[in-house]
Design a protein around this ligand. Structure first.
Ligand SMILES: [Zn+2]
Length: 200
């Protein structure tokens, strides 16, 4: 099942904390509301309030840094079984959906689909770091445009930043048509990897 996302497709960058209205710096923390997957820009003190995930909390704090996946294993058949028709997607373990959701850009806008549990579990079985992925706030980001085979655990705010960036270049990730998007995506992935610490 695939549905078009009605929500905003890129990470917001507010000048004021959306909870207390204090001024925020350029690299402000984000919270996410798991039910809607909406991102909220907050100040550091408000982010501290949500540092510990609590089952009854409306918001969960999104981590700032990506984590690299050394030795990540996924065969072509395992990728195909995830049911994503494009070459760039991210996968979030959703508490409200009680499953893993794939999010990706498409000609119709940002799409999401529920990943077949068996297909996900097969990949998770061979990749310990995937099993430890933080629900609702962290995503497996997969980049397979051209010859790229890149995999990272990325904060969902960064994933939305990426999808917002490439929204204007949709054709590139859908097939052979190439334009400036490839260079932008490669640059973004390189920055994310440079910031990343190793998932352990
Ligand atoms: Zn605040």
């Amino acid at each position: 099942m695939q549905i078009r996302l009605p929500r905003r497709e890129s990470a917001p960058a507010a000048e004021r904390c959306e909870l207390c209205s204090a001024g925020v710096a350029a690299e402000q923390p984000h919270l996410v509301e798991p039910r809607t997957r909406a991102l909220v820009c907050v100040c550091d003190p408000c982010a501290m309030l949500f540092a510990e995930a609590r089952p009854d909390a409306r918001y969960v704090r999104v981590p700032r840094r990506a984590r690299s996946l050394d030795g990540f294993k996924m065969t072509e058949a395992q990728w195909d079984a995830l049911g994503v028709p494009v070459h760039l997607a991210f996968f979030v373990r959703s508490s409200p959906a009680d499953g893993v959701i794939a999010l990706y850009p498409s000609p119709a806008g940002a799409m999401e689909s529920l990943v077949p549990p068996g297909a996900w579990n097969e990949i998770a079985l061979e990749n310990k770091a995937i099993r430890a992925m933080a629900p609702d706030v962290e995503a497996l980001l997969v980049h397979r445009v051209g010859d790229a085979r890149e995999h990272l655990l990325a904060p969902i705010a960064r994933c939305f930043e990426l999808t917002g960036m490439i929204r204007k270049h949709r054709t590139s990730i859908l097939g052979s048509a190439r334009d400036g998007a490839d260079a932008e995506i490669h640059g973004f992935m390189a920055r994310l990897k440079a910031e990343a610490r190793v998932a352990g």
